[in-house]
Ligand binder design. Structure first.
Ligand code: GDP
Length: 356
């Protein structure tokens, strides 16, 4: 499955956040036989629609979609030169499908900042610089081979041109993601800054509802998403009962835990979406790529469903809630029959028909 690598300077709250994420782990509760790796947190993507479906269908349990966060141990300045944990760190990032940078914005004088001062912009620049330098090295290493290939096989010339264009972007100090660079032709180089980024600002409690402050930080990272949370409070929230947690959140002007926002935004950053199934046994969200067709969606349940796909009966979640049951939705013509070409939409409640 797709993973999000958590990175950041030392002492910004990564471990605190990651521990909260793993304690929030849905695997233990719902997938008792899955292997749980120490540096992977599998987090449920909160979806209130599943509760509603479980109510309509009398489902015994709810299985949300999940998103995998990987704790990538300590970046240090000079990582791109292979210093300290540098090489291992970069190898781990290469394997992740998206990068989540934790940025320190809390001011606690008891927690030392590696660079002596709290500056989200400098922290972001430091990490970007290491990743950009590593990508530049990758390209410089590949160029002689790409040049040779371009001489021998004319049709590979566009690959060389794309590598050179990526190099030019990186030399301006921008990540490829920031620049919106199309990396299709240089996919084989596994450039790190081409991955989608998102940013978690670990903020003081009073900043959680400070819109001016948050907008300033958002501007630093746009077009990437910014999430604001306090890692310490998140680690306290997961210890509380739901109603107590809600009360604490509301006292801080928040309507959901930061971890929930992070799971949802992370899921979308990976280019994923869900469709829903429901019955007496379970109400479930299944993970597909944005833009997946009905047979591809069926294949997520079982490869045989994809191979033998005949059609899908699709009711939108809203229509289902409005009519109150699948039978009523059918009677009112709200349950659509869709074929092989159908592109799945967010909130589709589906039943597949297939040959075995
Ligand atoms: P890491 O090095 O990035 O993994 O950072 P840690 O999670 O180990 O946190 C470093 C220190 O900062 C620890 O003493 C944490 O308790 C503290 N810390 C983490 N998050 C917060 C926060 O939101 N507010 C405050 N005041 N301290 C925090």
């Amino acid at each position: 499955s797709l993973t999000i690598g958590i990175v950041g300077l030392p002492n910004v709250g990564k471990s605190t956040l990651f521990n909260a994420l793993t304690k929030n782990d849905v695997l233990a509760a719902n997938y008792p036989f899955a292997t749980i790796e120490p540096n992977v947190g599998v987090v449920g993507v909160p979806d209130p629609r599943l509760d509603k479906l479980a109510e309509i269908f009398g489902s015994q349990r709810i299985l949300p979609a999940t998103v995998d966060f990987v704790d990538i141990a300590g970046i240090v300045r000079g990582a791109s030169e292979g210093e300290g944990l540098g090489n291992k760190f970069l190898a781990n990032i290469r394997e992740a499908n998206a990068i989540c940078q934790v940025v320190r914005a809390f001011t606690d004088p008891d927690v030392v900042h590696v660079d002596g001062k709290v500056s989200p912009k400098d922290d972001i620049d430091t990490i970007h610089t290491e990743l950009i330098l590593a990508d530049l090295q990758t390209i410089e290493k590949a160029l002689p081979r790409l040049q040779k290939e371009a001489r021998l096989k004319k049709d590979t010339a566009p690959v060389l041109a794309a590598a050179e264009a990526a190099q030019a972007v990186l030399e301006t100090g921008k990540t490829l993601f920031e620049a919106g660079f199309d990396t299709t032709l240089v996919r084989d180089l596994h450039l790190m800054t081409a991955k989608p980024f998102l940013y978690v600002f670990n903020v003081d409690e009073d900043a959680l509802s400070d819109e001016d402050f948050k907008n300033t930080q958002r501007a630093l990272v746009a077009p990437a998403e910014a999430i604001f949370l306090n890692a310490k409070i998140e680690s306290e929230l997961i210890e509380l009962e739901d109603d107590e947690a809600l009360e604490l959140l509301q006292s801080m002007g928040q309507d959901e835990p930061g971890l929930a926002t992070l799971a949802r935004v992370g899921f979308a950053t990976l280019g994923l979406q869900t469709y829903l199934t429901a019955g007496p046994k379970e109400a479930r969200a299944w993970t597909i790529k944005q833009g997946a067709t009905a047979p591809e969606a069926a294949g997520v349940i079982h490869t045989d469903f994809q191979k033998g796909f005949i059609k899908a009966e699709v009711t939108s979640f809203d229509d289902l809630v409005a009519t109150g049951s699948i039978a009523e939705a059918r009677a009112k013509g709200k349950a659509r029959i869709e074929g092989k070409e159908y592109v799945m939409q967010d909130g589709d409640v589906v039943e597949f028909r297939f040959n075995v």
